[in-house]
Design a protein around this ligand. Sequence first.
Ligand code: GLU
Length: 507
Amino acid sequence: MKVRVRFAPSPTGGLHLGGVRTVLYNYLFARKHGGDFVLRIEDTDQSRFVEGAEQYIIDCLNWCGLIPDESPEKGGPFAPYRQSERKANYRQYAQKLIDEGHAYYAFDTTEDLEQMRIIYKTPENTNPQYDHSLRHKMKNSLSLPEAEVAELLKNNTPYVVRIKMPGQKHLKFTDMIRGDVFFDCSLVDDKVLLKADGMPTYHLAVVVDDYLMRITHAFRGEEWLPSAPVHILLWEYLGWMDNMPQWAHLPLILKPDGNGKLSKRDGDRLGFPVFAMNWADIKTGEITKGFREIGFMPQAFVNMLAMLGWNDGTGQELFTLEDLIEKFSIERVHKGGAKFDFEKAKWFNHQYIQHTDNATLAALALPYFEINGIKPTTEQLEKVIALVKERCTLLSDFWEQSSFFFIAPTVLDEKTIKEKWSEQKKDFFVALANKYSNTEDQEWNLLEIEHTFNNLVQQHAIKKGDVMLPLRIMLVGGKYGPGVFNIAELIGKQETVARIVSAVEKI
Ligand code: GLU
């Protein structure tokens, strides 16, 4: 049977890195087994629907290079791939479940449900739920006389359809990551399958669509494990047990400090992104930073995510997507959650920057120069990149590490220069500016620049080490940057002279 997997997000907001990891594991598994990777948009919950979120998810997948074979955008043999457009499919299955006694109509109002939670609250049961022990006390087609139910339906009284969870049943299924998992169905409430607006809930829609789309393996976050008994029973009740996908519940990505799932709030609190790309909240306009915008390379981001919950057992950490496809195995996905470590994430990006050629980096770094109003030529940018790349961890660092190549520093670390300043040094720099301005243009190269400097050091009987640091500060503003003569070469003769002259005047 052809492997078919799906990523089934609800378009409700920014795409959490855990979501991208689910995409990645789906993608790797599909590619490894020559299967299909489907993107299905689960948008049946109108109250949580967010405009633009679907396109955003598609953009994130494109950025990561994890392109689905079938999707709302691309279409495919099982279209449509948006659940809101598949509404007509679900009702017949809900009806079948009702007809066969596995589901029922429930007419309870919101107030009825609130009352239930108050009335039936006891010290033993602090959180009463709509389940086998209480359903007969509520307003539904199992508790009311048949004629009354018929009347309510005839009068178009709003209702939902609920699954009838067995009061005494134990279930077992074999998860690809966790092995055998057991459930006591009596602890699970009668989940709503079809809502009053006629839309299915996630529980019904996910089962129906996984069946209709012939999904063979379903990877999803561990937070969905408690829903598994509901889904398994639906597969059974609908008579599709032989087609049920194999499940893999992926471990959570945990906060770096403490326990629990990493949330957007943790990212805000600790100063790192949690979403793949910038996400703009439609209501508040608030922008949440993404990995892309702070300067991650998609390949590094994907590699880092692969390692959050999986390894190949050899200690190797850097893998191309092709390597991952070859090496990935679901058996090696960890059961326990993986703590997110932003420093480690940056380490991956640093590694990728070092291994990427300067022309590619120039194209990736260019936007960071443009937003600062600088439009370097490709040639200039590649030269600069060669000099500073070792110091760059994020693509945005290229601007911070090299802005002085394009604009003269506005602030100089004058204090450091002044501490050891003397008339002799001043004379030296005045002479240096002179010598440099008299250098022929075609001789303005690394060797000559250093040679002139060395000669002058000798003539002035001064120590080279004593004038190197002031020269650096004059050119870049502080005690940082690559080789000082490299900088002079790149910024050019005039600019070098101008920066020395202006610094000497200030000191
Ligand atoms: N729509 C669910 C979500 O938003 C999908 C869960 C699943 O993959 O079954 O996460």
